[in-house]
Design a binder for this molecule. Structure first.
Ligand code: LHQ
Length: 272
């Protein structure tokens, strides 16, 4: 077999300055998740997390789609009809693949930008929405495809959608499973920014550069604190803010930033 006969890698990894870009690369199946893509993505996220030169990760898709969720032709999808709820292969698939992926994203040690280049469906939509900032091409769309195949939103959708869009809109999106165009997704609060299709990668790169230039630990603690703030009462949120602020306030990043402000110069942050 010549090298040109080899199957293309399911995920492309590129680095520019402090920004690592991961491109889902199964365009023939709208970058839906099979076992190989899932494993490559988990490994690439671990690699980026371990590489201290990486200060922001951008996730995008090759071809005309972002990600169509679970690959429905994957043999792992063949759950026994009417079988026991516990231990079916679909339940295992979620526990073994999607839940660890979502937890990795929510706890990721750098900011995450989703550059949604086309349709994001099912777990693919909620995968994008689990990133910190979502930039979408104007022609992109979001689709809670689950109800149409007799399932509920997964990949964290049941937690995310009511928080991002409110209960009423979450129910409309999840029950009807309509294609939500990027502009409407932005109006509902799911998406940070919509741009012209040809500007998507440049827009995501500019956003990633801005995030990479900020103190990474503060950005990550911001995500964690906002997620916590949505679940605790004010007293607990205030206590958490005091604890984290105390820790961050003593960090080299914060000290350097304050000093740079006083000296009217740009801050120089050490690798994270
Ligand atoms: C696909 C897929 C796909 C395989 C397009 N699989 N080939 C997790 C774990 C366990 C259980 C279940 O749930 C989950 C989470 C989930 O993600 S469930 C939801 C799974 N995703 C879907 O139900 C979406 C299925 N896809 C679609 O509805 C459409 O393809 C959308 C609306 C995304 C795009 O429509 P079109 O732009 O018209 O494209 P297309 O349908 O023609 O698709 C293009 C190709 O991609 C086509 O292959 P072909 O060989 O005919 O060109 C599709 O078969 C393939 N493809 N999604 N999920």
């Amino acid at each position: 077999m010549s090298p040109s006969d080899a199957a293309p890698p399911p995920l492309l990894v590129a680095q520019r300055d402090a920004v690592r870009t991961l491109t889902l690369n199964r365009p023939q199946a709208l970058n839906s998740f099979n076992g190989e893509l899932h494993a490559a993505l988990m490994q690439a996220l671990d690699d980026a997390a371990a590489d201290r030169s990486v200060r922001c990760v951008v996730i995008t898709g090759a071809g005309r789609g972002f990600c169509a969720g679970q690959d429905l032709s994957d043999p792992a999808m063949a759950a026994p009809a009417g079988g026991p709820a516990e231990g079916t292969s679909i339940g295992r698939l979620i526990e073994e693949r999607y839940a660890p992926l979502v937890m990795k994203l929510r706890q990721f040690p750098t900011p995450l930008v989703a550059a949604v280049n086309g349709v994001a469906a099912g777990a693919g939509a909620n995968f994008a929405l689990n990133c910190d900032l979502v930039v979408a091409a104007r022609s992109a769309s979001f689709l809670q495809a689950f109800s149409k195949i007799g399932l509920i939103p997964d990949c964290g959708g049941t937690w995310l959608l009511p928080r991002l869009a409110g209960r009423g809109r979450a129910l409309g999106l999840a029950m009807l499973g309509d294609r939500l165009p990027a502009e409407q997704a932005a109006a509902m609060g799911l998406v940070w920014q919509v741009c012209d299709d040809e500007q998507l990668q440049a827009t995501a790169a500019a956003l990633a550069d801005r995030l990479a230039a900020l103190p990474t630990a503060a950005l990550v603690q911001t995500r964690l604190a906002l997620d916590k703030g949505g679940q605790v009462d004010m007293a607990e949120a205030l206590a958490h803010e005091a604890r984290v602020q105390d820790e961050l306030g003593r960090s080299a990043d914060s000290r350097e930033a304050v000093q740079a402000f006083l000296e009217r110069r740009p801050a120089r942050f050490a690798p994270r």
